[in-house]
Write a protein that binds this ligand. Structure first.
Ligand SMILES: NC(=O)c1ccc[n+]([C@@H]2O[C@H](COP(=O)([O-])OP(=O)(O)OC[C@H]3O[C@@H](n4cnc5c(N)ncnc54)[C@H](OP(=O)(O)O)[C@@H]3O)[C@@H](O)[C@H]2O)c1
Length: 346
């Protein structure tokens, strides 16, 4: 039956959240947005930053009032008064950087994707478990109120039997962007595609039973775009496209027997959505209240809450979900012949 109202998002209370001492590795583009959300929308402490370029790292620390600056991450990780580290380096540095953080005895929040492939991801999971440390992939949308409501609608079965997910994520990048660099695991898959594949796994509840993919290279040798058709165990299809050639709407539609959920605008970011009954005569609208990247604060506070609870994994995004996302991307990449430098045997 079509719901009378949308579920209320469960918002974490900041009362009783531990105030943790955070460090950052990789003061780049997303780290700037993370630090802004951190400073303006949380009560956490940003105590140190490590970057390979002293001038850039000093400027970053100045912008966000961070007292300690390091050009070697290992020196930052030796600090005793540091609880948790946010890894915001390029994709192929996530695994070695997150491993260093765990081996130094600190909790870790790793930018998406958790690692280059499922094998690396599983090693991080083992290390975190062995050391009883918290490890989370920063798939930031999962921690926003919008995605909480989306998950509740799916869990309540409000859409009825699910038939189809259609989603895309395409952005335009200037040729000097790291996404074209084969030495930084370039291509759209790990940057943009990880959101698509993660959503497909969230909606279907498991990895696809069958994967069909077609790709097209970009100048310079990295993959330029990929179109994917997944068949899930429940018969649901996911039809997905990611490209770095053009800006595409980047919306998503989740269609069930009883209702259709349309995430207009960027499905992976804060924004509005509509739930429409299959007859089309009943509509419910989600209007997002918060700004865009300031909602990175939700993953920051969720991390602090989990660590305060003594958890090693997030109940919202357990590492198993990250590993399912990685293994599905591995599957797609096998079909497209995409091999990252770190995976080459020769
Ligand atoms: N959650 C989101 O919405 C979101 C959005 C964008 C990106 N991301 C993720 O965040 C990660 C970083 O993306 P970004 O766009 O912030 O990248 P970026 O601007 O290039 O920043 C990367 C940072 O890592 C440092 N770095 C360390 N080793 C490096 C190496 N060998 N080559 C290049 N840089 C190196 C860079 O150093 P320098 O400071 O010396 O350049 C820079 O500080 C990616 O994995 C991406 O998937 C997430």
């Amino acid at each position: 039956m079509f719901p009378r109202t949308l579920p209320q998002p469960e918002i974490l209370s900041v009362d009783g959240l531990p105030t943790l001492r955070w460090g950052i590795i990789g003061p780049g583009w997303i780290a700037d947005r993370f630090a802004a959300a951190f400073r303006h929308h949380t009560r956490q402490q940003l105590v140190a930053v490590a970057g390979r370029n002293l001038d850039k790292t000093t400027a970053f620390a100045g912008r966000w009032d961070i007292p300690r600056i390091f050009t070697e991450a290992s020196e930052m990780l030796a600090l005793k008064d540091l609880d948790v580290v946010y890894v915001a380096t390029p994709h192929n540095h996530h695994f070695p950087d997150a491993m260093k953080v765990l081996q130094a005895g600190k909790h870790v929040l790793v930018e998406k994707p958790l690692a280059l492939n499922a094998q690396e991801g599983a090693k991080l999971q083992q290390e975190a478990r062995a050391r009883k440390l918290f490890c989370l992939e920063g798939m930031w949308c999962d921690f926003t109120p919008k995605y909480d409501v989306l998950r509740q609608l799916l869990e309540n079965g409000d859409l009825g039997d699910l038939h189809t997910l259609i989603a895309d994520h395409g952005e335009y990048f200037t040729p000097d962007h790291r996404i074209f660099n084969p030495d930084l695991a370039g291509g759209p898959m790990l940057d943009l595609g990880s959101y698509l594949i993660s959503l497909s796994i969230t909606v279907a509840g498991s990895v696809p039973a069958q994967v069909l993919a077609q790709g097209q290279p970009a100048p310079g040798g990295v993959n330029g775009q990929a179109s994917m058709l997944f068949t899930h165990h429940n018969g649901m299809h996911s039809v997905l496209n990611t490209t770095l050639f053009s800006r595409t709407p980047s919306g998503a539609v989740i269609a069930g027997r009883d209702a259709t959920l349309s995430l207009n605008g960027h499905f992976y970011a804060p924004g509005d959505f509509t739930l429409a009954s299959s007859e089309g005569n009943q509509l419910l609208h989600w209007k997002d209240k918060g700004g865009h990247y300031e909602q990175l604060s939700y993953e920051i506070e969720h991390t602090a809450w989990c660590i305060g609870q003594g958890l090693t994994e997030s109940p919202i995004r357990p590492l198993e979900t990250s590993l399912m996302t990685l293994s599905t991307m591995d599957n797609v990449r096998r079909q497209l012949g995409i091999v990252f430098n770190e995976e080459r045997q020769d």
